[in-house]
Design a protein around this ligand. Structure first.
Ligand SMILES: [Zn+2]
Length: 161
């Protein structure tokens, strides 16, 4: 499906095709939390980079996390330089995918029946993480990919033009 997204002030708008539009994954890592997740987590979805179209590119800014020994993470966290809205993550190591934050998407997303809670090793103590069958917990990354999760449920959208 085609997803439309924007920052809060409207200086950046974008569209991207996604075959995996279910916002089922909540990431509690410190980077997502600080840059995009006021509730203690950010929700990442996935689209196809070659379909990305951006209006207001000049208003984009990119944050690359500084790693140990002064190196920078490959992941590019794109945000609006005017209003600070976190928009998407793009990483050249798997550059054909792009990871918009669900919070930036204006299109009505399908509601997942299951929500995975990932990187819980980095969740702060104040976050109440939902429990139960529909809320699997992962200390680090789950083995299953975002595409795998959609395929297993018959939710992967084939034949997107
Ligand atoms: Zn903005």
């Amino acid at each position: 499906m085609q997803l439309s997204g924007s920052c809060h002030c409207g200086a950046v708008k974008f569209t991207v095709e996604s075959r995996t539009p279910y916002p089922y994954m909540r990431c509690y890592c410190s980077i997502c939390r600080k840059t995009a997740g006021g509730g203690g987590y950010a929700i990442n979805i996935m689209g196809e980079t070659k379909t990305l179209e951006v209006k207001g590119k000049k208003n984009l800014s990119v944050y690359r996390v500084k790693l140990k020994r002064g190196k920078h993470s490959e992941a590019r966290r794109n945000f609006c330089r005017k209003c600070g809205s976190a928009l998407w993550v793009w990483d050249p190591r798997w550059g054909h995918w792009i990871y918009p934050f669900a919070s930036a998407i204006d299109t009505k997303l399908p509601k997942p029946r299951e929500t995975q809670h990932i990187l819980l090793n980095y969740a702060p103590s104040w976050v109440e993480v939902p429990r139960g069958k529909a809320h699997p917990h992962f200390r680090e990354f789950p083995r299953e990919s975002i595409e795998g999760w959609h395929r297993r449920r018959g939710l992967f959208e084939d034949g997107v033009p």
